[in-house]
Design a binder for this molecule. Structure first.
Ligand SMILES: Nc1ncnc2c1ncn2[C@@H]1O[C@H](COP(=O)(O)OP(=O)(O)O)[C@@H](O)[C@H]1O
Ligand SMILES: [Mg+2]
Length: 499
């Protein structure tokens, strides 16, 4: 898969590329025009040189100081005004009569036959010829009055040197210009994309907010400076702000309707308490003092036990509604060991058929086994967990309540060797009204089975910033509650915080 390129990189690369393209086109065009200018000038000089040569006297000796062995040289070369580097070849009836050029010191020099032959390829308009050992030339042929013809050539190499120098300067300037353009583009792009980063940061902060529960204060907004609708980034920022405003209103509406439902459940449970207490009271009264037939007695007993169970249900519902309302838990320094000891002894009284054990693993320093929290609610946690271990297991089951300190947490463990929770029920065990088939059908009022016990426990533990897990297999059911410890971290035994 291709790695996605960042917009920033793309923009800078694009600007660099455009600058490069412009530099190349400009460079090529100007080099071409310089070349044609140079060529035009050279051809002008060539025609002038050729004209000078055409009129020159056939008689050699016009040249002031012919070198030794120089047989007069071609007449066209041997005239004043011919430039250094000029080549002249004189031909009569297709035969080279003389061929030579002016070297850098303006001395006459002879061409060898191969070089002369190369020069002869020129026509009567200036054209390119290449002379081995000397270089590239522009050459032109003219006829003279005496029937001979003269080929004159001027070297291109000087102009080529000029052209090369120009191209070199152009390349250097071009590279500098492209780098400069890229640098400026980098700075500009960075500056104009910075608002986008800020918008993204706002979105990221919102994404990290816990929006799924409770009253949500969604006051994150893109800063005003980044919401100007005249800029593209501003449009994104403004759109995000509108979205956030919309989400905030929707969340507030959701929260309000949740609150209403909760309030309704709390009110309804509360209202049901009194009539239920009357039903229960009257049915117990009738049972005690009424003169009932066996059938009627059975029926009234059922009424009493069902109303007891309903009372428990209503109490649980009310408690859950209050926990849902998220009312602040009372923060106290709670001695977990004392709580655990009470819970075990209460459970022992309620379930004489079970074996109850309090297990501190030798860790009897009560200073280390304290948590910050609401004592009454933490007591409820232990009561519910131990009630489950009593109600959902047969007599003879051993139940252990363990308390441990590790690092910054205190762990409460309720372990029983009863039949355990079926695997398919474990995933939903902390849900409201989740209970086993046995609990659903078998309960009478005494078992208080409502399916709300573990939901309440979870709500309390969560409100304390703790976690709860259940791990169960036949013969071994373990519920562990992890709560933040109060006071100094582990190892600071005795360093109790506060007065
Ligand atoms: N220690 C346990 N052993 C076996 N089953 C249990 C245990 N604790 C809880 N359960 C199962 O989990 C269900 C839910 O428990 P809970 O929420 O306390 O509701 P309730 O106890 O009112 O039925 C119970 O109905 C029971 O089936
Ligand atoms: Mg229970």
């Amino acid at each position: 898969m291709r790695r996605p390129r960042r917009l920033r990189t793309q923009l800078i690369a694009l600007v660099g590329l455009v600058a490069l393209l412009v530099a190349v086109i400009l460079g090529v065009l100007s080099a071409l025009s310089l070349r044609s200018e140079l060529l035009g000038r050279l051809d002008g000089s060539l025609v002038a040189a050729s004209d000078r040569g055409r009129g020159a006297d056939v008689d050699p000796g016009g040249y002031p100081d012919p070198p030794p062995g120089w047989d007069g040289g071609p007449p066209g070369l041997n005239v004043r005004g011919q430039a250094v580097g000029t080549v002249v070849v004189e031909v009569r009836d297709g035969e080279v009569v003389s061929a030579g050029y002016l070297d850098d010191d303006a001395q006459l020099r002879e061409l060898d036959p191969a070089q002369a032959a190369a020069v002869l390829t020129a026509g009567d308009r200036p054209s390119w010829v290449h002379v081995n050992g000397l270089g590239t030339y522009r050459a032109v042929t003219v006829g003279r009055d005496d029937g001979t013809s003269v080929v004159t050539a001027l070297p291109w190499d000087d102009s080529a040197g000029t052209l090369r120098g120009y191209v070199l300067v152009e390349v250097v300037v071009g590279v500098v210009a492209v780098l400069l353009a890229a640098a400026v583009a980098t700075a500009l792009v960075r500056r104009s994309l910075r608002p986008l980063d800020r918008v993204a940061q706002t979105a990221t902060r919102v994404a990290e907010l816990p929006l799924d529960r409770g009253a949500v204060a969604l006051d994150e907004r893109v800063p005003d400076g980044d919401t100007d609708p005249r800029t593209e980034v501003g449009q994104v920022g403004a759109a995000l702000n509108r979205l956030l405003g919309h989400v905030e209103t929707s969340l507030a509406a959701r929260h309000a309707s949740e609150q209403q439902v909760r309030q309704f459940v709390a009110d309804a449970s509360h209202e049901l308490r009194t009539p239920l207490a009357s039903i229960r009271g009257y049915s117990e009264l009738v049972l005690r003092h009424g003169d009932l037939s066996e059938d009627s007695a059975h029926a009234v007993t059922r009424v009493a036990s069902e109303s007891r169970r309903m009372q428990a249900l209503v109490e649980d519902l009310l408690l859950l509604a209050r926990l849902d309302a998220g009312r602040e838990i009372v923060e106290q320094d709670v001695d977990v060991v004392a709580l655990a000891a009470d819970a075990v002894s209460d459970a022992h009284a309620a379930g004489r058929g079970h074996t109850w054990r309090l297990d501190l693993a030798g860790d009897v320093d009560p200073e280390r086994l304290r948590v910050r929290g609401d004592e009454a609610r933490l007591r409820q946690v232990l009561v519910n967990l131990l009630a489950n271990a009593r109600v959902h297991t047969p007599p003879g089951t051993t139940v252990r309540l363990g308390v441990r300190r590790a690092g910054d947490v205190v762990t409460l463990i309720v372990l029983d060797d009863g039949p355990g929770v079926p695997a398919e029920q474990q995933a939903t065990i902390f849900d409201r009204f989740s209970r086993g088939d046995a609990a659903r059908t078998g309960g009478d009022g005494a078992t208080r089975s409502t399916g709300l016990g573990l939901a309440i426990v979870e709500a309390i533990v969560t409100a304390h910033g703790g976690t709860i897990t259940l791990d169960s297999e036949p013969g071994r059911t373990l519920v562990s509650v992890v709560l933040p410890a109060s006071g100094a971290p582990d190892g600071g035994a005795g360093a109790r915080m506060g007065p």
